[in-house]
Write a protein that binds this ligand. Structure first.
Ligand SMILES: [Zn+2]
Ligand SMILES: [Zn+2]
Length: 138
């Protein structure tokens, strides 16, 4: 209990110290950081900030990396969107084909209902006859 209490009391202080350390510019330890590099998250003081497209960076390299990874991300998102769209179009085309087949199948059936029914009837009669014959043969 006592040990836990001691640790609990110590924790916030340590956390605060670490936080303070983080908020000091590594290039100017006497200055407090006012921002962070958007690419490598290094703390930055007002003197060290390099502005690029509205973001703060520690170096031109970080700004370039950041915009490149941003471009890459946009490219990947664009490709993903295109792929999803293609898949959706394929699905729609498939459904249209099914609908067309269904429509023409139905149309064919309703146009030739009489003859199809006749054919089926004669076929079933034929089968019945064959069955009768088979049972007679026994
Ligand atoms: Zn950086
Ligand atoms: Zn600095």
């Amino acid at each position: 209990m006592c040990y836990l209490k001691q640790n609990l009391n110590r924790l916030p202080e340590e956390y605060l110290m670490a936080n303070m350390e983080e908020k000091v510019c590594p290039n100017h330890p006497e200055d407090t950081a006012v921002s962070r590099c958007a690419s490598c998250f290094k703390p930055l003081c007002a003197q060290c900030i390099i502005k690029s497209n509205g973001d703060d960076f520690c170096s031109d390299q970080c700004a370039t990396n950041f915009s490149q990874s941003k471009e890459h991300f946009a490219e990947v998102t664009k490709r993903d969107k295109a792929r999803k769209l293609k898949a959706r179009i394929k699905k729609i085309i498939f459904l249209i084909i099914i609908a067309i087949i269904g429509y023409f199948g139905y149309k064919y059936w309703s146009d030739n209902k009489e003859s199809i029914n006749k054919k089926l009837e004669s076929k079933s009669k034929q089968i019945q006859k064959d069955l009768d014959k088979m049972s007679e043969d026994k």
